[in-house]
Every structure is written in C-alpha cells, then in structure tokens.
Design a binder for this molecule. Sequence first.
Ligand code: SF4
Length: 647
Amino acid sequence: MTISSLTKIFEPIQINSMELKNRLVVPAMGTNLANPDGTVSERLNHYLVARADGGFGLIITEITAISPYGKGIPNQLSIWDDKFIPGFKDLAKATHARGAKIAVQLYHPGRQSFSFLTGRTLVAPSAIPCPVCREIPRELSVEEILELEEQFAEAARRAKEAGMDAIEIHGAHGYLVAQFMSGHANHRSDAYGGDLEGLLRFPTDIIHKIRETVGPDYPIVFRLSGEERVAGGRTIQETKTIIPLLEQAGVNAFHVSIGVYGSFRYIVAPMAIPPGYNVNAAAEVKKATSMPVIAVGRINDPRMAEEILKEGQADLVSMGRASLADPELPKKTAEGNYEDIRWCIGCNQGCIDRPLHSRKAGISCLVNPSMGKEREMAFTPASRSKKVLVVGGGPGGMEAARVAALRGHEVYLYEKEEKLGGQFNLAAVPPCKQEITKIINYLSVQIKKAGVKVALGKKVTEKIIHELQPEVVIIATGASPLIPEIPGVRGERVVTAHDVLRGKVPPVRRALIVGGGMVGCETADFLGEIMGCRVTLVEALPRVAQDVGDATRYFLLQRLAQNKASIITSALVKQLTNDGAILDRNGEEETLSGFDAIVLAMGVAPVNELAVKIQGKIKEMYVIGDAKQPRKALDAIAEAAEIGRKV
Ligand code: SF4
C-alpha cells in the first residue's frame, strides 16, 4: 500500500461548532430513495452511511422538505414534522460512528415542481412559471411567507434534535429560496421583492429565525448558485454583493453551485463540460466572505480537489457524482490507491437521465451498480468455487467476471479482439467522450487483480468450451451494427458508424448519416468536429438524439450546429443511391446526392450465435447485456453485476 501525497484535502476544518475530519463533502443529490411517507428508508440510510464509511468528512442529505406541500420528487425526504426525527437520529448515529458529520438540506421547490407531487397549486414569489416545469404558480401572500419561514426554522430545530450536525439552506438551483433572491423569478413590489434588501428578505429572515431557534453555535450552511446562467438571472458579480449580507445574517459556510432549471445542463454538467468548471465561482465568493466556501461541479479527481484547496479557491470540495461512482474515494485516496478508484465519467445515465419525478426505484450509477443498493448488492462469497467462462471483454463481461472472481470463482474471460473494452472503445472515440476510457481501464485492472484469467484475440468456439469444461458460461458478446434491407445498402460507399469510429473509413469530404439516434449524432459529431467533414443527418423521428440525456444532448447538438451539420428529421430513407439517398418526407420524395460516404447508424443487433450453439450443453448459461438485448450501457453493466452475484 502506498500513502497518498495529498494532504490538504485531509486537513480538518471547522464550520462554526462543527469540526470536520477532512474537506471532502458529499453534497445533496436527489435520490428518491426515501420512504413514500418521507421518512429515512433503510436504503437511503445505507446509501448515505456507505459514503461515511468510505471516508467523506461531511455528508449532506438530499433535498429535504420543510413543508408537506414542498415536494419535488415522489419519495421526498421530509422533515416537516417531529415524526421524521427518529430516522434522522439513526442516520446521525450511524454516520458519527464512522467519524463523519452529517447535515440536512432544507428545501422547498417553489415553482420548480409539479402539482401532482405537491398536491396543491405550486407557490412562488411571483406567478411566473418555471420555463421547464411550466405550471403557473400562485403568488405567495405575506402570511404564507411568514409561515414558510417558521417551517424552515422548525425543520432546523428537528435536525438539531435528531443529532444532525448542521443544516444547509437550499438557496441554489432556482428553488423557492433562490426564486426570492433572483429578479429572474421575483417580480414582487412589496417588502419581499424590488431592491437588493427586498430580494434578500426571505432568505435572511429564514437565517435569523433558524439562528434564534438553534442557537449561536449550530452551523448554518447556505447553498447558492454563483451564476444562474439564464436571462435576468444572477451573475457572479451580483452574487458577490449578496454574500456579505447573508454572512451578516448568520451563515457559517457557503456552498457555491450553479444554474437553475432553465440552465439545468450546468447543474449536472455532462462529459462535454470540463471537470471543475464551476470552481471559479467558489473562488469569487471566497473573496467576498471570511466564512469557509465549498466548491462543487464535476470535481471527480481528489488530485484536482487538492489543487483547488492549495490554490485557495475554496476551503472544502464537494464530490457529488464522484461519491456515487465510488463511495470509498477518500479512503482509497488516503492509501494512494488511485487505480482502485471507480471514476465518475460524467455520463449522467444513472443519476440524472432517468426522470427523477417519475422514478420509482431511485437513482443508480453506470459505473457503480451497487449505488443505492449497498446492502442488497454486498458481496457474499460463493458457496462453492466454480469454473466460470465469460465470453466477451466489454464492460458487461468485465463486470460479471470481476464480481464472480471476487466471490471466489475461477474465472476465465475470452475476448476476440486484441484489447478489452468492447463497444466502449468505440463509444469513447467521439468528441467529449474520452472519459469512458476510465471505466475500461478501471475494469481491466480490477479483473486482473481479482485473478480473472484473460485471453485476448481469442474467439470462443465450441471446441474451446469443450477443452475448458466450464460449469458456468456468461455470454457477453455485445452487438453488431444492424444492416436494414434498404435497396442500395450494399453500395460501395455504404459503411457503418462502427467502421467510421474504428478508423476504417478514409477521410471524406461529405458524409450522409442515416439514423439520428445517439450513435448517428455522435458519429456526425466525430466527422464534423474531428475530421472536418460536412455532414447531413437523416432521422425518421421528429427529433434527433432522442435517446441522449438532456444535458449531454444540448452540448452535442450545439457542436453539430457549430460544424454546420444539416439535420433532416421525420424522413424515411427509401433507397440508398451511389452517392446519397432517396427520402420520403411526408409523402414527398426527395433526393440527396454528392456524398463520399453513406454511414449507417440504424441500431445494433445482438451477437449471440455461441449461445444458440451451446444451449442445453452447459449446466449454467447466461446471456447478458447487448448480446441479450441491445440497451444502454447502464442496463448492461447492472445486469452483469447481478449475474456475477448469482453464479
Ligand atoms: Fe457519474 Fe455516470 Fe455514475 Fe452519474 S451515472 S455518477 S455521471 S458515472
């Protein structure tokens, strides 16, 4: 074991009376893991406690409702009544036993919710709808505002009574407190709007009331967006003017995030946005306060966190999605064990893209299938060691092999290519996708460490299976491009998106891409951004990149537009010609021509002939991932993790 050379992130720090053992924070992230009645569920408890176990100094609960009508997600964690105290007590006890501290984030969504969740018409400072949620809220009366302030204070009292170490007021991301603070959402002309003093009345009243309730020593953290990044929203310069006023009101630390729902893509910035993109806002806030400042925003690497602290840009660092991907990141960092860290790759597939408002099962993580299922998916040693053959070294095959080997099985992994990674090797080629290689590297190292015997460049045949005599075969052979039976599809200039990403297609000047899903759009992005090619993209649906999450999609389409890609939607390709295609657009025929390459991106088909051949000849056989049914990588890896635990 080596010891980390990082020191700053492991220094203790004080926030009012709370002493933290280090400067690594798990920020509030909506998980939907609470019980339907709003109490702390076992799953939520285990999820949070796992992060304490992993060495984080401070853990902040997800958005926690201070009012029964302040719901933003179905399984809304709540603290609006004393009945919620016992769950928080257990949480505090378990967290403290692991040397960490825990805070409750006090939240009300205001206009950024839906009445089917709140059970009432939404409320806000002004009757202006959120541009994303679109419901017109009712303007709060002064009596209602005073009642909400009391509810915030009462929620803080309960947090303190439960033994929670601090509260964080959620004044960021465009929720109710932020709505009052921003001219973007607050058009009031009474004491709760207008000038700076009016815009800050609601938050400062809340801070005063909480302070009166919890006493002078109890830590109050205030989370706010340094920049809102919408027309009329707060800029970082304006944020700097309000910081001293919030500090005077009684705030003990500032947690500097970014954005509102109208600029959601920055709140949960995808791979296209560089790590640490919001640190500058924390650094600016730090110039305006003497209180500790927490930086947040795609800070995934502890070495980056160390630099942020060393350079004095912040005093603590939140590592949200990084903590989902690997709850043990601090522990592994302290041991200098970077190759064992499972890196967040900013894909957003598990934690953001599955709509939180309708999600029943809670969030998950592409690289960490145990996320939110810490107890259910804990390893149990195999009752008997079996010989397991995994066919296919993509992410699913590697994850299944890793888990099975860690449980004590003798695992062989055969991959027909000369390197591991499968379809992820191609997924990492388009612009802004390179972080995918981190998970390939992680799994490649981990299977070797777990003792998996890896054979590269070997296609598994019945003969190999006969020689190896495995008791279990896991088929993870992935998928190959679907070639639809369109007239002209065997033409000389017709290639697949996989061919392009594999580098098998010589540079072309103009390319026609057939299929505008994720693969088609990313291939267009690669050709336009990297190869300088003029691209035309044809999609049958009314929208391209329909299968891509909103934040990722936004930046992908932005790059396509910058590279002047021509996008044709609601068009069916009837025939491919020598240099183009004949389309059916709403019953009208249209011919496209003059292309050097016609690139098919029309989906993939499972590769599973081996499964058909050995069916019935092997006692235990599983077909997983795309070999079973082409799906998102998130689903393939989750399935692999389950099978690895089952064999
Ligand atoms: Fe990171 Fe993707 Fe996991 Fe979300 S799902 S935490 S973005 S790796």
